[in-house]
Design a protein around this ligand. Sequence first.
Ligand code: DMJ
Length: 641
Amino acid sequence: MTTPALLPLSGRRIPPLNLGPPSFPHHRATLRLSEKFILLLILSAFITLCFGAFFFLPDSSKHKRFDLGLEDVLIPHVEAGKGAKNPGVFLIHGPDEHRHREEEERLRNKIRADHEKALEEAKEKLKKSREEIRAEIQTEKNKVVQEMKTKENKPLPPVPIPNLVGINGGDPEDNDVRKKREKIKEMMKHAWDNYRMYGWGHNELRPIAKKGHSTNIFGSSQMGATIVDALDTLYIMGLHDEFRDGQKWIEDNLDFSVNSEVSVFEVNIRFIGGLLAAYYLSGEEIFKIKAVQLAEKLLPAFNTPTGIPWAMVNLKSGVGRNWGWASAGSSILAEFGTLHMEFVHLSYLTGDPVYFKKVMHIRKLLQKMDRPNGLYPNYLNPRTGRWGQYHTSVGGLGDSFYEYLLKAWLMSDKTDHEARKMYDDAIEAIEKHLIKKSRGGLIFIGEWKNGHLEKKMGHLACFAGGMFALGADGSRTDKAGHYLELGAEIARTCHESYDRTALKLGPESFKFDGAVEAVAVRQAEKYYILRPEVIETYWYLWRFTHDPRYRQWGWEAALAIEKYCRVSGGFSGVKDVYSSTPTHDDVQQSFFLAETLKYLYLLFSGDDLLPLDHWVFNTEAHPLPVLHLANTTLSGNPAVR
Ligand code: DMJ
């Protein structure tokens, strides 16, 4: 759960410490093989060329006749007709000879063209880096596999669909709660209708300028991020016309064969997660097919020496790279560690274990690595397999890695014990080293940076209240009550961060420093961009405790969003939550529709809507059903829906 594009550039870089495995011999071998493969390719191109020349060049008698030297072969040659009506037309000595000479000319031209093309291709290849060449080879391979598997939206083999409990309903009995739920639905309509009107097909909306908007996480293409992200919320709220409208756009326009460099993490959680959830809820094949097509495009990102994926990948070329701001060229824990849920579902739905293998490989690698104080640093170099800067956070850069360990266990119907153990170990270390109590008695989660604890908590880290509550059941001996309590304390602290502002909306991050408690200090940390994490935590706590305070706090936040973020063209973030006259940032984030409004709607719904023992929400709030993997193979059982 991180939005790196919004984060400041990382601080100073420190050299990577040699804590990881020293090398990965099997990957080195792969590298050597790829290089050989390329050399072979180039060599075989030349051999083909020579063979072609040998067979197709005119024999010596013809050479004499046409007086062709090497120059003639390389330079386009046409014997202009002496005495003919049109210069440039061959001399004609009879119909056969004419046909013969035409044929020879055609072949010579073909040889020249092939030769030039091969030279050009070889030149282009030599200009490229190893990574680019490797990625291209992998992309070509993937393309062939993809074409074989999903030719022109061809249906995938059917697999048993898990029990889909509670995809409708949740009508509250209480009239007041029902009205609140209706209000949230109206807010969703306002956000969607304006996007429909002014930003349709763009990734996001500028609700004040009333036009489309995008950021670098989505690359340079208009991929309709808001449509894909919002679909399941529309479905859950019963906005079926809007849902169908979105579906139509996806059928007609969503194309991943674009020359665009996207964030693997963001595209996974928003697009693949959104499409999979829409598929499970509606049963419409198109969503599954699109999810699989996109996943194929992400696979080249894993072609690194360690198998830890790049942060970004070009959907067309398959070339990957990392964010320029990330410590020592590293990949980010919360990014490569937030693929598991979606990738397991992809393997489940396609019967192709490739996705499952990719994420399990990441897990195995992480298990082998040393962890300072039992903590996972946020940066890992995909070339060397070594940690970058020792910065640990449950907020941005680290957050959803921990969330996905817990959710991998839940999603496997609690059979993935390895994931549960990693989660338990991780949160024990987090509690020991990062969780503190302020002077005023607020429990907060700090960040470990440069050898000391920074007493600062990000809005993103507020999701952890919900995570602790969700993980309470199944935790180590007698600790269930403790973790539920810890979740409630985090919810209280995050609520304080909202309550201590002029707008009753929380800042991007807040400090605990002497007299300062749960308040942003720097101007650059005072913004609210319609983020969901605090409301997400209220919802989980509500489900587990039914304590009315969570609905009350959620309603306070909804009213504040309505009052300060609503504009005629949608909803906008605000730049300073401590100023009673807010300045808007003019962005309606896609996660506002995917998460913030969905969690609010669920908060005012009955527990029978998407019950938590049947559904697990990905980090973008897209619900995916629990898979009873113990009874299922990943090899694609043919069966009926
Ligand atoms: C969302 O895209 C996801 O929740 C992600 O994990 C973190 N950031 C945003 C919302 O703040």
